[in-house]
Design a protein around this ligand. Structure first.
Ligand SMILES: CC(C)(COP(=O)(O)OP(=O)(O)OC[C@H]1O[C@@H](n2cnc3c(N)ncnc32)[C@H](O)[C@@H]1OP(=O)(O)O)[C@@H](O)C(=O)NCCC(=O)NCCS
Length: 171
């Protein structure tokens, strides 16, 4: 298994993983299935900003992927990024989610980011536990701010500092 930057050839697998998560969970708050063209445009937009889209691959099979992007658009948020991680349904529980998030931590640190943020559905025990184990701390829990499959959804924000609190930056 290796983790490497995603390419256009990975888009069919990334799209399939994403659409399965959309269809069967509250991890992404949409019920809309994406086309491969949608996902390609999304990936290229991320990469154009200098942000990574990483895939975990076994030979030629894409097992999962992860990425991060700006937390919010205002310039004052430029040292904070929000990540996401998706493992194919047949490959969960094998440590891949943890490995991808570790790579995202390394990449965000290398870009000089200060805080990495996870926005997690309040019922997503696997993701909440994964992030807690990796040093992310719950900083906000927002009841019923989302809706999917006819139910209200809670959002939990967890964050991990990537360097020391108060660390200097040459603004
Ligand atoms: C959440 C997700 C990324 C976790 O990735 P994974 O590869 O399955 O998880 P790992 O094998 O790396 O497990 C790491 C830790 O996560 C937690 N975890 C993983 N699966 C779990 C589950 N089913 N129930 C509870 N905790 C779980 C555990 O703390 C685990 O550590 P442990 O094995 O020492 O107990 C994966 O299940 C997934 O892609 N789910 C669908 C999409 C999603 O929810 N993405 C996250 C959006 S915020």
């Amino acid at each position: 298994m290796t983790i490497r930057p995603a390419t256009a050839q990975d888009i069919p697998a990334i799209t399939a993983i994403y659409n399965e998560v959309v269809a069967n969970s509250n991890a992404v708050w949409t019920e809309k299935q994406d086309s491969e063209a949608d996902r390609l445009a999304w990936m290229q937009a991320r990469q154009a900003l200098g942000y990574p889209v990483l895939v975990a691959v076994d030979d030629t099979t894409v097992l999962g992927y992860g990425t991060f992007g700006d937390f919010r658009a205002w310039p004052g948020y430029r040292y904070s990024v929000e990540h996401s991680v998706y493992i194919g349904k047949d490959y969960r529980g094998r440590g891949l989610g943890r490995l991808i998030v570790e790579e995202l931590v390394t990449a965000a640190t290398a870009l000089g980011k200060h805080v990495l943020i996870a926005g997690i559905d309040g019922s997503n025990e696997a993701s909440l536990r994964l992030h807690a184990q990796m040093g992310f701390v719950e900083v906000a829990r927002m009841p019923e701010i989302g809706r999917k499959f006819g139910r209200w959804l809670d959002l939990v924000f967890m964050q991990r500092m990537l360097d020391a609190p108060g660390a200097a930056r040459a603004d």
